[in-house]
Design a protein around this ligand. Structure first.
Ligand code: FDA
Length: 464
């Protein structure tokens, strides 16, 4: 088994691990990135399905995601706007399909008033929360004790308002039922995007896409690192002392000795690695209180974007539909039309109990309820199923259970000996998004650079 040696070894070639590796390399440190899969990018994966290019994982870029935008510029990647001309569609509790323009969905006047009031309240509370340390808010313990759903039902009796406010955090972001996470977790999600209003505004949060696909970010970062990224190298064991690590990958038949390590994988997969000696007790506990949500990302391509000629933008949503949100996802420069839709948490559980043909029929019926019967007959259809992927196990990202954020949140930032942990799942601006992963990668690299600078003896030579 070859035993390699580097200044820093990184577990995981997602955007977080590769961003950190690039920064460390630029500071003069030697790095090795070990990736379990046979590709880089993790939750970013642009792939051809039956000849049609799909973003199987993450794809959108919003204006506040300045770390991602800076990285796209550095890597020479162009963006384009999501198609949004024409009317949007909303389906209400009564099952009636409404077409509308503007930001406010069509509901009764009283529901619209309640919805606007709760958006303003959420914005007010969100503004008080620092996304990098939500546990420090003066009311953190109180906000972390109550489920988001329960809190919403204490604010209003209007069920349609509750369902719609919940949708923008529960179905659309954390991809967990609103009764399973706290108000504080919901406020973190909103604060990480700048405000709750940003999450409600699809034109903001789902603004741009990358020409050729967002996986080009990790692909280009990895190309710079060349042979210092090893694929098919699942890390099983990390042995550590105060100032060194030895990492074992049985699948790649190699070991790596280094002065520091970054475990750049989501918390659920941090827990799958064996540590010798074991991680501290609280860290073991913390990792059991964070879990990934569940969402099916559905792609359907048609000979033309038929909804456009009907005056529709392709944007549609409803808390009462199987597919709770739909967008025109036609790739840059293509004449065929593509829709993307999302089936979240308990609704996903429901359709995963069906066979593939029945599930497809239910999903397409939901698309047709929004956009008409032509949606029933795509030429290409695909479901991104990240929960079935051994090296991810859910989508989009991780969040804490009730009370977990205040109890364990701050631990996410702490190293264990020479090992640092992080991914886009750490609280902060861009949380759960590629932008957050890049910020975490920068922070972890900077911490290691500082740390090794302090501990570098003249003969070691790094950082000189
Ligand atoms: P990520 O999980 O990507 O990388 C970790 C890597 O570690 C993986 O490559 C994995 O294989 C590897 N690994 C795990 N265990 C290992 C081990 N033991 N040994 C070696 N390697 C190991 N974001 C956004 O900004 N805009 C969007 O539109 C979307 N939409 C979206 C849709 C879907 C369907 C998904 C699944 C996700 C998104 N996201 C998103 C979220 C975004 O994709 C995500 O936050 C980041 O890509 C996560 O990057 P990380 O590098 O932090 O983790």
């Amino acid at each position: 088994m070859p035993d390699l040696s580097r200044d820093v070894v990184i577990v995981g070639a997602g955007v977080t691990g590769l961003t950190a590796a690039r920064r460390l390399r630029r500071a003069g440190l030697s790095v090795l990135v070990l990736e379990a899969r046979d590709r880089v990018g993790g939750r970013l994966w642009t792939n051809s399905i039956d000849g049609q290019l799909y973003e199987i994982g993450g794809q959108w870029v919003s204006p506040d995601q300045t770390a991602l935008i800076e990285t796209l510029d550095e890597l020479g990647l162009d963006t384009y706007s999501r198609y949004r001309e024409g009317e949007s569609v909303y389906i209400g509790a009564d099952g009636v399909t409404h077409r509308y323009v503007g930001a406010t969905f069509p509901a009764s006047e009283s529901t619209q008033q309640e919805f606007d009031r709760l958006v303003a309240l959420m914005d007010e509370l969100t503004a008080e929360v620092d996304p990098a340390s939500p546990w420090e808010h003066p009311n953190a313990a109180e906000y972390d004790r109550i489920s988001f759903r329960q809190w919403l039902s204490e604010q209003t009796d209007d069920e349609e308002t509750i369902e719609n406010i919940a949708l923008f955090i529960a179905d659309a972001m954390l991809t967990k039922p609103a009764h399973s996470f706290s108000l504080l977790q919901a406020l973190l999600m909103a604060a990480s995007a700048g405000s709750f209003s940003h999450l409600v505004d699809a034109d903001f949060i789902l603004d741009k896409r990358v020409v050729g696909g967002l996986q080009q970010v990790p692909l280009r970062l990895a190309a710079e690192l060349d042979d210092d990224v090893v694929l098919g190298a699942a890390v099983d064991t990390i042995e550590w002392t105060d100032d060194s690590v030895r990492i074992v990958s049985s699948s790649a038949q190699l070991t790596v000795t280094a002065r520091a390590a970054i475990v750049a994988v989501a918390p659920n997969l941090q827990a799958v690695i064996a540590y010798e000696p074991p991680l501290p007790r609280l860290r073991h506990q913390a990792l059991q209180h964070q879990s990934l949500g569940l969402v099916i990302k559905v792609h359907a391509t048609y000979p033309t974007p038929f909804w456009r000629s009907d005056g529709l933008s392709g944007t549609a949503f409803s808390p009462y539909q199987l597919v709770h949100e739909v967008y025109d996802n036609t790739n840059h420069g293509e004449t065929q039309g593509t829709l993307v839709g999302f089936v979240s948490d308990e609704k996903a559980d429901g359709v995963f109990s069906l066979d593939a043909d029945e599930r497809k029929a239910e999903v397409l019926a939901s698309l047709a309820a929004y956009l008409g019967p032509q949606a029933l007959e795509p030429t290409v259809y695909y479901e991104s199923d990240w929960a079935a992927e051994e090296w991810t196990r859910g989508a989009y990202a991780s969040s804490f259970d009730l009370g977990g954020l205040t109890r364990y949140g701050a631990l996410q930032l702490e190293p264990v000996g020479p090992i640092r942990f992080g991914s886009s799942d750490v609280a902060g601006h861009g949380y759960q998004h590629v932008d957050g992963g890049i910020r975490v990668g920068w922070r972890l690299a900077d911490e290691i650079i500082d740390d090794l600078q302090q501990h570098t003896t003249p003969h070691q030579g790094a950082l000189t």
